[in-house]
Ligand binder design. Sequence first.
Ligand code: SF4
Length: 383
Amino acid sequence: MACGRSELELYVHLPFCVRKCRYCDFLSGPQYAKGPYLEALEREIASYGPAAEDFRVRSIFFGGGTPSLLTPQEWEELAGVIRAHYMIDAGAEITAEANPGTLDREKLRCLKELGVNRLSLGLQSVRDEELRLLGRIHSYDDFLRTWEAVGEAGFTNRNVDLMQALPGQNLAECLESVRTVAELGPEHISAYSLIIEEGTPFYELYAGGEGLPSEDTEREMVHETAALLASYGYEHYEISNYARPGRECRHNLGYWTGVPYLGFGMGAASLFGGERRSNCRDYERYVRLAGSREACEDVTEWDRKSQMEEMMFLGLRLVRGVSEETFAGRFGVTMQEVYGPVIERFAGLGLLETREGRLRLTERGMDVSNAVMAEFLLEETDG
Ligand code: SF4
């Protein structure tokens, strides 16, 4: 029986990509051989099964990279190992990320049969000029063909990723993508502003900020996106995420609210067994050591202080904020006792507010969310 067991989430990292996008600093690319990696991944997944036998899995997220590059046979093997070693809730949310042009009808059928019930499509823009600039492998027409196939395959829980504040982009161009996607009507839309990451070709070109929309324009894009999506019935529920009512991403909600998770694959992070840890980021090392303790790096105890900090800075990502009652119930002290001065300071600046027993960022607070959240880190003696 599922009831009575604690909840757990699984993340599976599939780093393969057709080629590297020009802005991307994820642990992904075309250089990783699939065979040895998948073997190591399956070994790792199996190895944590016994430790998770008292848990029921409420969501699985296949992220990357481009998980849709796996063949149907590779999907079957991977899903088989997960099912053999974990108890998956009948209603679990199972998401696979996919890029346009890498999904065909056979793969979609296979994913559906394996229980994948949510697809997250990396579109980024409806303007081919912008897609080329980003180094994406697909055009908007490719996306539309994938979108149609996804619908035909019977997927009714779909996310579309958009990227904003692109080099040379103006507000109207940004909103053209938002409106076009909203018209298609996916259940969920993620809209992230481009971040120029060190080590990427974009860093060489745009690190100085030249050629990018100004900070004010970027903020305008974010605000106008929220307003436009609201007019299409999407709720803004997290800094960069919008959903039709009831279609929030369960996996990410779990992550933002402290549900334990096991991350499999190189670089994947876990929050499990009272500690936080990450797998090594080196392919060869991961393939050799996956499933053993030596594959883990950055192991830290998930102590009371970290739990408080995370409840605040992950919870504040959510538009609904953090419940004062939940905080007090979990830690035996009030939010005011631990964070009183910080809360007062930001409330005074109009960046935080308390509504219906929840502390949340105001709209202005959302604009400077990183700076606000950083202040919720505690000294060793606090809490
Ligand atoms: S497809 Fe995604 S993970 Fe792969 S290189 Fe492009 S942005 Fe990065």
